[in-house]
Design a protein around this ligand. Structure first.
Ligand code: GUN
Length: 283
């Protein structure tokens, strides 16, 4: 039976560390760190994510600013808001919740955010820094996975690491972080010929494809570490991209959904906001 990689527990530990650091700065008379979150339109999932981010900011003593634009917002309106937030010295981090409505140019919005306030680490400058091994910020979900592995003393060096999914948000940066820790990294995607044959090689398997219960127990190696980034709804219940029951009996460690990677992503966003604050305050 697999041990649980408890993202809820570890994210609380990260939040406690951040809370204590913020208290120290406040005792010195410094202002609070501040995250500005921009939500455009009515995507229900996005609204929930934004609400959770706001609540988490407040828990650790950050100022949380929320900007809600309507579904039909113009590109110029969003550009103007980002320019305003970029030049506001009391705003440390800017996060534009994705996806944006179809008529807006997502990449141009990302490019417009100051790289020093880009707490998602989506700006090309930050992506380049990660690629070169000199990051300002680490992308939240992959760095949450890395922190989880570290907390449970799971060694990466020399291990077969297989990632299922090649998104810019998770799969690609995940591969760079695991490579940075000397893992032997393979990325699978929709054109991979025999997915099970590749996933069965993995000592560490990270799944981020957005397909409910796609990875089943027969597709993993005995004692594999299984990290599930998925968040799907199946028959009314939340579930990941792995079939928890059949994988749990075979894996050595596994993340639950919910309560695994999700809370870690938010904790890393808070950590990036604190990093941005320290950059702006010259701490
Ligand atoms: N939408 C889904 N995940 C993310 C994320 O990590 N950051 C942003 N900005 N939008 C998202």
């Amino acid at each position: 039976m697999a041990k649980i990689l408890d993202g809820k527990l570890i994210s609380q530990k990260v939040k406690d560390e951040i809370t204590n650091e913020v208290i120290l700065y406040r005792e010195k008379g410094l202002r609070q760190p501040c995250l500005a979150v921009v939500l455009v339109g009515d995507n229900e999932a996005s609204k929930i994510y934004v609400r959770n981010k706001k609540r988490s900011c407040e828990q650790v003593g950050f100022v949380s600013l929320e900007y809600l634009l309507t579904e039909d917002a113009k590109q110029e309106e969003l550009d103007f808001l980002i320019d305003t937030l970029n030049s506001d010295d009391t705003v440390d981090g800017i996060l534009v919740q994705l996806p944006l409505p179809k008529h807006l140019d997502e990449q141009s919005v990302i490019n417009r955010i100051s790289p020093k306030k880009d707490v998602d680490a989506f700006h090309p400058e930050n992506v380049g820094r990660i690629m070169l091994g000199n990051p300002l910020f680490l992308p939240c979900t992959p760095s949450g996975v890395m922190r989880l592995l570290k907390e449970y003393d799971i060694q990466i060096s020399g291990k077969e690491c297989v990632i299922v999914g090649r998104s810019n948000i998770v799969g690609k940066p995940m591969s760079l972080l695991l490579l940075g820790e000397n893992g032997t990294v393979t990325i699978c995607h929709s054109r991979t010929r025999d997915l099970g044959e590749v996933t069965r090689r993995a000592d560490i398997l990270v799944v981020a494809i957005g397909v409910a219960k796609k990875i089943t127990g027969d597709m993993i190696k005995e004692s594999a570490v299984v990290v599930d980034v998925g968040m799907n709804r199946s028959e009314g219940a939340l579930c990941g991209d792995t079939d928890f029951i059949s994988c749990e009996s075979k894996a050595s460690y596994i993340t639950p959904v919910p309560g695994g990677v999700g809370p870690m992503t938010i904790a890393m966003l808070l950590q990036n906001t604190l990093t941005a604050y320290k950059i702006h305050m010259n701490i």
